[in-house]
Design a protein around this ligand. Structure first.
Ligand SMILES: *Cc1c(COP(=O)(O)O)cnc(C)c1O
Length: 373
């Protein structure tokens, strides 16, 4: 162990870094080919709208100035569109950053008895990584049939429990818990335990039992909802997301954030993206149009798609996911291995443009034919 490794904490020594989707340019360099598509990070394949691009261009001329650290205009626009008060909002450099603010403020391990957080065995990796960075002990909840066993959570709570994290829908599984299940959990938890409800895929969910989470804030002040501009709003590269919480929680997070955690271009783009409801609707409609086509295709080649409420489908291939991931790379298609989630026979594949999905289906058909020879 190096000198520096000894200087850090035991939990940080245990950490393995977050594995992002392979960048398009990296595969282009490796294969020397131009035509690469990425279906690996659940980004919006339609890109940004002309309206958002224009807001971005306008703001470029002001980048010599510090951004508005309070994100006033974006918060006003968000508050109006969500029918909440602006003082319930915290804007983060991606919703990822907000996980860290919450853990730093409320779950940091400061003495010999470690603080605890609870999350699914398949929870989005950014959360457990952040929890380890702040010295928390992580308790994992099972997912029988790939759905979170939310009823098992209350029994895991101890006086040391600070945060319960639920990504809903879950990435990588795509499954979600219902309004009734969420309420039942909130009723059973002590108000000292924060429930971090990650709704990164909120806009894609078409399910009448999906939690109506914002109205629950009035009854459960320990609930914190996070959402992001990275997915349906198409701004992953600008890094901007937010939480909706009790104003007192937002006030505490505001004390510890970096003074300028959200740059001016991201703020302007997010505000414009909220205003451009047409582009949002188009982005959502694309996913709903393509999802059944892809699901039917996967079944037809004997792959098992897990039911998904998001803009991605995790597919059980019945064989090594990495092998097929590598075969697809050679065809210029980047998808996402999920072996780090202990889903070695699966791949997580973002729903792309119709022509991208066609290309994927064509290559997978060839690959599956070769495999069955
Ligand atoms: C993509 C994703 C996010 C978004 O993270 P940002 O930091 O806002 O880009 C958050 N949670 C889950 C479950 C995700 O899949």
């Amino acid at each position: 162990m190096s000198h520096f490794s000894r200087l850090t904490t035991e939990k940080i020594r245990q950490l393995t870094p977050y594995q992002p989707g392979k960048p398009i340019k990296e595969l282009q360099r490796e294969l020397g080919i131009k035509s690469v598509i990425k279906l690996a990070s659940n980004e919006n394949p339609l890109g940004t709208s002309a309206y958002v691009s224009e807001a971005i261009s306008r703001t470029i001329s002001e980048v010599n100035l510090y951004p508005d650290g309070s994100c006033f205009e974006l918060k006003e626009t968000l508050a109006k569109s969500l029918s909440i008060n602006a003082n319930q909002l915290t804007i983060g450099n991606g919703s990822d950053e907000i996980f860290r603010l919450i853990l730093q403020a409320f779950a940091q391990n400061t003495n010999d008895t470690p603080t605890e957080v609870i999350c699914s065995e398949y929870a989005f990796a950014a959360f457990p990584i952040a929890a380890l960075a702040y010295g928390c002990q992580i308790k994992r909840v099972d997912c029988p049939n790939f759905v979170l066993d939310i009823a098992a959570i209350p029994a895991l709570v101890t006086p040391q429990t600070r945060v319960v994290y639920i990504d809903n829908p879950c990435n990588p599984l795509g499954s979600a818990i219902s309004h009734h299940q969420l309420v039942s959990l909130l009723q059973k938890l002590p108000s000292s335990v924060l429930v971090l409800l990650d709704e990164a895929y909120y806009d894609y969910v078409a399910w009448s039992d999906y939690p109506r989470s914002i109205p629950l804030l009035a009854q459960f002040p320990n609930l914190i909802i996070t959402r992001t501009f990275s997915k349906a709003y198409g701004l992953a590269g600008l890094r901007i997301g937010y939480s909706i919480s009790h104003p007192d929680i937002a006030e505490i997070l505001n004390r510890i954030r970096l003074p300028f955690n959200n740059n001016s271009v991201a703020q302007a783009a997010a505000k414009a993206a909220l205003e451009d409801t047409q582009h949002l609707e188009k982005s959502i409609a694309l996913v709903h149009q393509e999802k059944p086509i892809l699901e039917q295709f996967y079944h037809s080649i004997n792959f098992k798609p897990l039911p998904s409420y998001g803009n991605f489908i995790t597919v059980d291939l019945g064989q090594s996911g990495i092998d097929i991931y590598q075969k697809l790379l050679l065809c210029g298609i980047i998808v996402r291995p999920v072996d780090n989630y202990n889903l070695k026979n699966c791949l997580r594949i973002t729903i792309g443009l119709p022509e991208e999905n066609l290309r994927l289906m064509t290559e997978l058909t060839k690959i599956s034919k070769d495999l069955s020879k």
